[in-house]
Design a protein around this ligand. Sequence first.
Ligand SMILES: NC(=O)c1ccc[n+]([C@@H]2O[C@H](COP(=O)([O-])OP(=O)(O)OC[C@H]3O[C@@H](n4cnc5c(N)ncnc54)[C@H](OP(=O)(O)O)[C@@H]3O)[C@@H](O)[C@H]2O)c1
Length: 320
Amino acid sequence: MKIFVAGATGAIGRPLIAQLLAQGHEVVALTRSLEKGQTLAEQGVELAIRQSLRFANADVFDADAVKAAITRVQPEVVIEQLTSLPKTYTAESMSAASALNTRIRREGGANVLAAAQAAGVRRYLRQSIAFWAIPGTGLADEETPLAFDASPAVAADAHIVTEIERDLLGNPNLEGIALRYGFLYGPGTWFAPDGDVAQQVRQQQFPIVGNGEGVWSWLHIEDAAIATVAAAERGNPGIYLITDDQPLAVCEWLSAYAQWLNAPPPPQVSVEDALRISGADAVYYGTQMRGASNAKAKRELNFQPRPLEWMVNTAVAHAS
Ligand SMILES: NC(=O)c1ccc[n+]([C@@H]2O[C@H](COP(=O)([O-])OP(=O)(O)OC[C@H]3O[C@@H](n4cnc5c(N)ncnc54)[C@H](OP(=O)(O)O)[C@@H]3O)[C@@H](O)[C@H]2O)c1
């Protein structure tokens, strides 16, 4: 298939391009900077299949340029992986990036979706987020309501996810698929050994809040790419939670992660102190976050995620 990828040079975009080409697809990668985009998007792509990769140059905020690019390419499928997230993962950097990241997802995404519809694209997949389900017992599935009453940033994200998924899935002119990814790890992410969270953990600046009962669902970026290709090829329109098999409470994954990095054990802070120092969102992530079930992706996409990298040799109980 001919596939147009927006966000092709980001953390998921790079392994996604390699996977799509390896499966024999023809790919056109959108980038704002052709030279930088080419260097990034070709990472991990074998020379022999590079002839199936081309580039389109546009800023997603330029609706006319995006429309012209997609109309010119005439793809059968569009995959949107747009974000504008900082290289560091702190309350301050995330808060500073929030306005542009929201604008990219809303306005940028709307421009790409409108252009795809105008060009008669058959299928449209977009990045979404797995971790905004309402807190509760057990794992969330695709039907679980989102956390609209959570901390301010989480509630805002739950509203954005609802809005962008509604605009896509409610569009009668194309087959829409929302891929709700778990916390991404792997090369180029915050959780890679050279990433920002690893650095914070080494400096004991990434604490367990309260009892560390918040449950995180993880996803290696290569698995994100594999699941995305499967969804593009044979997924059903709708929502898929794309997460690994082992949702883990913070007290479990963070301790094992520190050990894996040869870092000192993570410090613990009380909920009250975390609230005062880092804010309500940090407390939510640390104590209330709910894990997600990948049962639908396993059933319909034959998704077989790898075990969390730093838990492989560690015996832990599964959180559920
Ligand atoms: N679920 C999760 O946990 C999750 C999800 C996403 C990201 N993250 C994390 O966030 C960090 C950064 O992620 P990332 O590498 O994907 O983000 P990024 O480096 O900001 O890349 C985002 C992609 O969006 C494109 N883009 C951004 N603004 C654009 C614009 N105005 N017009 C056209 N294209 C635009 C970029 O293309 P060009 O620069 O080539 O134009 C790039 O391909 C990583 O550590 C990652 O792990 C986590």
